[in-house]
Design a protein around this ligand. Structure first.
Ligand SMILES: [Zn+2]
Length: 449
């Protein structure tokens, strides 16, 4: 697994591990729907034993990568503190105990880390060593029944497929300062761990994406590092909401990076999957999504939001609230065959429809709870919200996972074929309006170049 040689033409379906409650959607029937797990550093540090057991046993030694989340310490400290106690969250505190300085002192001084904290090369070297040692050892040091089994088979277990160098978020104002640290960290990582596949994580603001001069400079510097892979996360870049200008800038960025580095998209929708599959010149080797946050994510965590049942509509590649999706699905609820052919033929849909008295009742399982709105006070308003039942949410996630598997596995001949399909879907579904179909037309335009 040295360097990037074995990564050429890889097309990983990657999923971010959210909570242990969601683990059932990543194991059992779903185990073979994806290739690589991404585990957040704080989760790895806080529940190392349970995570190790999950990966070694329930996930049968699935490939994984740990995201060390070093950027968490550069934002306002309220984001890593518990709102109740005002103390640093336990999982982040656990991460701190692995990472040490300069993170510890800056948190003790009640301020986030700044780029100046890493200006000393020997300190930066020790940061890189500790952050990578953490990824290499946090699960391997856990004891469990699996050890004997894998030892007997002489199979290496609980070793990350690749390691991520410490990284920090860059916006237009701070990019040059952090770029210095980020590129140095990647170089040190390769120097100290030459046998590992080194990922440089490029986490940028949308402003950087659209600032072509700055972006060029960043890309040039990233390409000059010895990192084996570049992993990209654009702050809150929702591909289903992005403008054509943004999508073109995104494609151009990938094109330039891809000339010399394999790329992982850390939060991507079907658009990124289509780029990976139809444009090998972009050199995308994996696209990741998660279950809870889906396919885009802000760098600074925002509140949880209110749960709504959303049904992933396969031909539009977007989650649509149950009440809105009904108008799309209803014409096909007159026959099982028509539903499976026009809406979805995944295992969950098949089972739900088969077990119901009629198709109308069957499909309503995806929206259970939505018909009983609850009134409550939020700030100065009374809001009416319908909460989905846990069963409805579970069905929506299962259906989503099957749909994603299909997107990653299906044969896509070329970009214009995908564009045609997207345009057709947008036309057929125009009843739900531009907000749920417009992205298909924008994607089609960008895919056509
Ligand atoms: Zn389905």
């Amino acid at each position: 697994m040295n360097g990037n040689s074995s990564l050429n033409s890889t097309q990983w379906h990657m999923v971010r591990f959210g909570t242990h409650g969601e683990a059932r959607y990543l194991s059992g029937d779903f185990l073979n729907t994806y290739d690589v797990l991404i585990v957040n550093g704080n989760m790895a540090a806080f529940t190392a034993g349970a995570m190790a057991e999950f990966i070694a046993e329930r996930a049968a030694n699935k490939l994984y990568i740990i995201d060390p989340q070093t950027h968490a310490f550069q934002h306002h400290l309220k984001y890593i503190k518990s709102p109740k106690t005002g103390e640093v969250k336990t999982s982040i505190d656990r991460l701190l105990s692995f990472y040490g300085e300069p993170f510890k002192s800056s948190i003790q001084a009640n301020r986030p880390v700044s780029s100046g904290d890493f200006s000393d090369d020997s300190l930066l070297t020790s940061v890189v060593e500790r952050v990578i040692a953490f990824q290499k050892t946090v699960f391997a040091t856990q004891e469990g029944d699996w050890s004997k089994y894998y030892n007997f088979l002489k199979i290496k277990v609980l070793q990350p497929r690749a390691v991520v160098a410490p990284y920090f978020f860059m916006d237009e104002l701070t990019a040059m300062k952090w770029l210095e640290i980020n590129t140095k960290a990647a170089a040190i990582a390769k120097d100290k761990f030459p046998e590992e596949t080194i990922i440089m994580q490029l986490v940028i603001d949308k402003g950087v994406l659209l600032n072509s001069e700055l972006l060029e400079e960043i890309i040039d510097r990233v390409l000059d590092t010895p990192a084996d892979v570049v992993a990209i996360w654009i702050d809150e870049f929702d591909e289903t909401a992005a403008t054509i200008t943004e999508l073109l800038a995104y494609r151009k960025m990938l094109q330039k990076l891809g000339t010399r580095k394999p790329i992982i998209i850390l939060y991507g929708s079907f658009f990124s999957v289509a780029l990976m599959k139809t444009m090998p010149e972009l050199n995308i080797i994996g696209v990741c999504h998660s279950l809870e946050y889906g396919e885009h994510r802000p760098v600074i965590p925002v509140g949880g939001g209110l749960p709504v049942s959303k049904f992933y509509y396969p031909s539009l590649h977007i989650r649509i609230p149950y009440v809105d999706v009904l108008s799309l699905v209803r014409p096909y609820l007159d026959s099982m065959e028509r539903y499976l052919q026009n809406v979805c033929d995944c295992n969950t849909c098949k089972a739900v429809m088969r077990d119901a008295n009629d198709l109308e009742e069957g499909f309503s399982k995806y929206g259970e709870g939505q018909e009983h709105p609850v009134k409550f006070r939020r700030r100065h308003q009374v809001v009416t919200i319908s909460f989905p039942t846990p069963e409805a949410r579970a069905l929506c996630v299962q259906h989503y996972m099957w749909c994603k598997e299909n997107e990653y596995k299906e044969q896509l001949r070329n970009a214009s074929e995908v564009a045609e399909r997207l345009e057709k879907a947008a036309k057929e579904c125009s009843i739900v309006g531009n907000s749920f179909t417009g992205h298909c037309l924008r994607w089609a335009k960008v895919l056509r170049g």
